[in-house]
Design a protein around this ligand. Sequence first.
Ligand code: ADP
Ligand code: G6P
Length: 483
Amino acid sequence: MSKLHIVANRLPYSLKKEADGYELVESVGGLATGMKSVYTEYGGKWIGWSGVNSDELSPQESDAIDQKLLEKSCVTVPLSEQEILEYYEGFSNKTVWPLFHYFTQYVDYSPVNWEAYKRVNQRFADRVLEVAEDGDRVWVHDYQLLLVPEMIKSKKPNVTVGFFLHIPFPSYEVFRILPWRMELLKGMLGADLLGFHIYDYERHFLSSVRRLYGYEIAFNEIHADDRIIKADSFPMGIDYAKFKSTSASVMQKTIPERSELHKELEKYFMTSPDRRLILSIDRLDYTKGIPQRLKAFRKFMEKYPEFHGKVTLVMLAVPSRGQVEEYMMLKKEVDELVGNINGTYGNINYTPVWYFYRAMPFENLVELYNMSDVALITPLRDGMNLVAKEYVASRGNQTGVIVLSEMAGVAKEMGEAIIINPINEDEIAEALYRALTMPLDEQKQRMGYLQERIQRYSVFKWAGEFVDALENVKRIQKEFLVK
Ligand code: ADP
Ligand code: G6P
């Protein structure tokens, strides 16, 4: 049976430096949290970076880390300080990330970073070529590794290569801005199958291929010289059963067994029967619309004083890419806005925004999903947004309302949410009012439909369909060659 190897910049586990050595922690972000549930099912390895600077490791430390990760079927690709700066923080997160999310004002066009991106992509491809045998399948993930499919295919054409992009693919008018647009497309076209979260991203990609390479495209098949390549959309799902069962089990715990957070949340609700919680969870990223969300919450407080003392926004933000300047500036802006809102509307008994700048253990995350009346999800751009799906899966009693940005890929599957434009603070403030006053019957009806839909297309189904489609492409390619 041929194996399926995963390649992604980030491994499902990252190493964190502690005073007495390195600790293995679960990686955060949609790619890692989603793929972690499926990768061991296919008998291959996950090839990626461990999150540490290899210059700081002694050979013994490096071996120990590699061994620890290998026990979890992970193969490491080391990155030096310079490579982290130029490839990871640089070309990946200062060029491709902002451009593909339509933040053209943030894009850095450094040729030095581009060279590093090529070199590091080659390093990933070489590692894959050591691990993958002829006939194996390799599934490459995301924007950090756009050149890897071609680098594998050109050396081992008998390896079947799939590629999935976890972020939006922008409109041609934006993509064309990039000086290295031809090279990036060529890299992606090394794959036999290219997957996107939604049809719009696939359509943008095909349009760029047609305009820049002039290949003939029939539906979603690209006729590239002597090869057939397929593109399709696969909206990523979550491990629904895990969220559902954890949510049920944390809520069934007896009082002494409950977590500190759970106890605090119960105390909050006990003070008054009409208290409400609004939840917001993301990596601290400028694509997530966090300042706009806070300003909309401030508008809501201004406009609806009857909710003072009764509504709290719990805002979780995981530190992310903290060495990149735009992320540092965002942190400062968010700190100031939270201070401003709490200073204006808070008092000794009431804090309007509870702000946690850290990753949360899984159980706490689920407790928050379960106990919050409203999920406020307002990215300016987001490939999918798994948080919205995790909220749905954790709602044991089928109540709860989602206020959701139309700019998130997930909005295509969530017509029952209250859909907003993330720039429009007034609209978000009104949506909050509507969510907080929505009758329970209506909440249950909407949530019921959402649960049915999100449950049906779990991350296992998503991965299964991608892998089946990959097999199918091989069949189509063979038929094409016979003709
Ligand atoms: P992105 O991939 O851009 O980070 P997603 O919403 O698709 O956005 O995925 C974020 C993932 O990270 C989710 O699985 C979510 O549960 C997890 N996550 C987000 N914030 C936290 C946090 N503070 N603590 C733990 N996990 C978090
Ligand atoms: C998004 C990207 C992933 C990335 C994650 C976390 O989900 O699509 O590729 O792994 O963010 O970002 P980081 O830079 O910490 O890997």
